[in-house]
Design a protein. Sequence first.
Length: 181
Amino acid sequence: MAAYRHIHIDYWQDSFVLDLTPEEKYFYIYLMTNSKTTQCGVYSLHNRIIETETGYNRETVEKLIQRFIEYKKIYYCEETKEIYLVNWIKHNMSNSPKVQKCIKKEIENIKNKEFVKLLYKSFEDLGYNIENGENNHGKYNKEYRESKYAKSLKNENDKTYKSTTNDELEQLRKKFGGESL
């Protein structure tokens, strides 16, 4: 999609950011703006790329990833090397048909299907229906659970998003990022 990412000017006054070290502030901006980021906020990024682009050594990168997991700002899957920016959709969702088409395509490329479930839950919580471009401003939307993508998960995983309970979603969150949100 776009070759740039928006950073709100109030980033520097955000209560979370104010408490970060300079190293953490830089790393957080890096997570939101590196060349692998996507419109959906879930992307694959190997530690070696982070090391090269930030100048941090492997130990520092691993330490920073772990910190942001503990801060509940990211989920990280070691197996697929994917990062899920927890609040990305909340701050970057667009009703543009082009953006939503891009997001649908990106979702198909997410290797960790548990991240897909969490992402669809985020859409639902925020009232976005990525399938038909509707925004219900936070209202519960059952159409997500009956979307084409949810039905394809059934064929792929024998378990649809529709049948994912809140307890199961909570377990996924704990698996990839510690405590619940």
